[in-house]
Ligand binder design. Structure first.
Ligand code: V47
Length: 359
């Protein structure tokens, strides 16, 4: 196999195999892989590069899962730094940060054993009532699975109660890496790969769009990364409900995997490029600037990514794990980063409708 053979496959629209994926991860010429991925991104989206105006809320960090890579969660209510916002606290928290024109709130929480199910629909209803312009992208598949188990419902019952209360789509977190071997070591106490995929299948059948992710740079092999991508590709063939793939680079501060160095910029750019090439049926690839750092995220936009996420406003999960990115980016900063890469900034909604605003 060589890169030319892969280029021909890509140009003729032939699907890449697992072996091709492993080859792309091992090929010494990163720039050749990135250039090929960039050509696919140009074909799909031209120079259009998406961003959104959003805000992150983590209303509780109490989590009974104990994933080794997580610096955000606290195992029990009452432990130092453990917190749970009441719905009124969450209202205040959003009010202090909300600006007219914002379009999305992204909510991810711990698996908190001390809350009744009603907490979640109440939170969504409060946001829908008080901030009706915000699309609510909330609760990873791991959380939905946990609600179903803990409160004795099916995924579909949970999804329909949450949708009635205002849920608009699901974020992509909690997928980590689908390999059984790795999950057993780093995140054994939560939804399995099949359970994560089942929630997304159910969400798509229920009419919700969702995102998908892959945590890389812990103990996974290249083959396990490729297997992860192929499992997402397979579900996408079935449902078409994934909007965007977001690779998530392991950050090593404040967690139990501190001895691992975490990925370098070259690893980051390669994962972006290979995912653009392998995930031929997922429309968008996101370079999440909080996780990559601003400069690597900007470079990733020339290696296959066509989305940089949004203003974010007070991210906790990566900052507690050592991210040195700022707390938030302004809309002008985002547009400048994109334009300086020779690309065209385009504000979007959570579901990738373009937003035009008067200058
Ligand atoms: O599920 C946690 C990951 C995820 C660490 O859908 C870590 O648009 C690296 O999913 N190092 C949450 N990764 C974030 C997430 C996300 C972010 C932005 C946009 C979207 C979207 C989704 O972060 C977790 C886990 O996979 N994570 N700790 C860490 N130390």
């Amino acid at each position: 196999m060589n890169i030319e053979a892969i280029r021909e496959k890509v140009q003729s629209g032939t699907r890449l195999s697992a072996e091709d994926g492993v080859f792309l991860f091992s090929h010494p010429d990163l720039l050749a892989v990135a250039q090929l991925a960039h050509s696919v991104r140009l074909k799909l989206h031209g120079t259009t590069t998406y961003y959104n105006w959003n805000l992150h809320l983590n209303s509780t960090n109490v989590c009974e899962a104990g994933c080794l890579f997580c610096s955000f969660a606290r195992l029990k209510t009452g432990m130092p730094q453990a917190y749970t916002m009441k719905v009124d606290d969450a209202h205040r928290w959003i009010s202090e940060r909300y600006r007219p024109g914002m379009t999305e709130v992204h909510i991810v929480n711990g698996l908190n054993p001390d809350l009744p199910f009603e907490y979640y629909p109440s939170l969504l209803k409060m946001i829908r009532r008080e901030f009706p312009e915000l699309h609510i992208k909330a609760f990873t598949a791991v959380e939905i699975h946990y609600f179903a188990q803990k409160y004795g419902m099916t995924n579909r019952e949970v999804l329909s109660l949450l949708t009635e209360a205002g849920l608009g789509s699901l974020p992509g977190g909690g997928a980590e890496i689908f390999s059984e071997r790795v999950r057993k070591k780093i995140c054994r106490d939560k939804a399995s790969a099949d359970e994560w995929l089942a929630v997304h299948r159910d969400a798509h059948l229920h009419g919700l769009k969702s995102n998908c992710t892959m945590l890389y740079g812990t103990i996974e092999t290249i083959e396990e990364r490729v297997d992860h991508m192929l499992r997402l590709r397979e579900l996408q063939d079935e449902t078409g409900g994934f909007q965007v793939f977001i690779p998530l680079a392991f950050h090593n501060e404040g967690n139990r995997m501190e001895r691992l160095p975490g990925p370098t910029a070259v690893d980051d750019l390669r994962v972006i490029a290979v995912s653009r090439l392998m995930l031929d049926n997922i429309p968008h690839v996101k370079a999440y600037w909080v996780m990559l750092g601003i400069k690597t995220a900007q470079t990733a936009l020339l290696c296959g990514a066509n989305d940089i996420d949004g203003t974010v406003t007070e991210e906790k999960i990566y900052h507690m794990a050592g991210s040195r990115s700022p707390d938030a980016l302004g809309l002008d900063d985002i547009r400048h980063l994109i334009a300086a890469a020779g690309l065209t900034p385009q504000e979007r909604t959570t579901t990738y409708q373009s937003i035009e605003r008067a200058a």
